[in-house]
Write a protein that binds this ligand. Structure first.
Ligand code: E4P
Length: 216
């Protein structure tokens, strides 16, 4: 299972990547806007921090525009994955870029049928948005489980990238549902390490260690 960081904040990405188990990064237009920096500049910097797929999203709504926007992004680094929205133009762009050998992440997936379409289009990744489905009272993790079962049934090699992950429980549920990748904010990633029994255990071991006689 792969862990991606869902952020355009380079210090957040660096802090997580330094631990050594981050496999990639996802950004989106909202995250880039939040960073307050230029898109190309941020994406370029991320390629120097993480050696793995880095999703950069196009904002054009037509196929020609998406292809135009993708060009300079692809030129930044071989690890750039082009993120396209789940629209007819996005899917046409996914087919065209995948044929050129460019990895595509189809984003804003909220239904199994959309995931199947993206896989048929040759997407390297599909991004089901678990949290946003949960927000409206639907079961985001159930959708990931369905996608995982159907992809296995038809032998699609598109990776399921569980997105819109809001907490540690989502990460565990995404793993159980068969997600290949979970992308999460740094805050969620760091929480995965924590358990109060781990903290208590360390405290006790260190306390007991103080009574161990030191060799001379
Ligand atoms: C994924 O690639 C998206 O950037 C992200 O997971 C969206 O999450 P949100 O619903 O918390 O904005």
């Amino acid at each position: 299972m792969k862990f991606f960081i869902d952020s355009a904040d380079v210090s957040e990405i660096k802090r997580a990547a330094e631990i050594g188990i981050i496999d990639g990064v996802t950004t989106n237009p909202s995250l880039i806007a939040k960073s307050g920096r230029s898109f190309e500049e941020v994406v370029k910097e991320i390629t120097t921090i993480v050696d793995g797929p880095i999703s950069a999203e196009v904002t054009a709504m037509d196929h020609a525009g998406m292809m135009e926007e993708a060009k300079p992004l692809i030129a930044i680094h071989e690890n750039i994955t082009i993120k396209v929205p789940m629209t007819e133009a996005g899917i046409t762009t996914c087919v065209a870029l995948s044929k050129q050998g460019v990895k595509v992440n189809v984003t804003l997936i909220f239904h199994l049928n959309q995931a199947i379409i993206a896989a048929k289009a040759g997407a390297a990744f599909v991004s089901p948005f678990a949290g946003r489905l949960d927000d409206i009272g639907e079961d985001g993790l159930q959708m990931i489980a369905e996608t995982s079962a159907v992809f296995a049934q038809y032998g699609f090699d598109t990776e399921i990238l569980a997105a819109s992950i809001r907490n540690s429980l989502h990460v565990k549920q995404a793993a159980l549902a068969g997600a290949d990748v979970v992308t999460m904010p740094g805050e969620v990633f760091h929480k995965l390490f924590k358990h109060h029994l781990t903290d208590q255990g360390i405290e006790k071991f260190l306390e007991d260690w103080k009574s161990v006689p030191k060799s001379k």
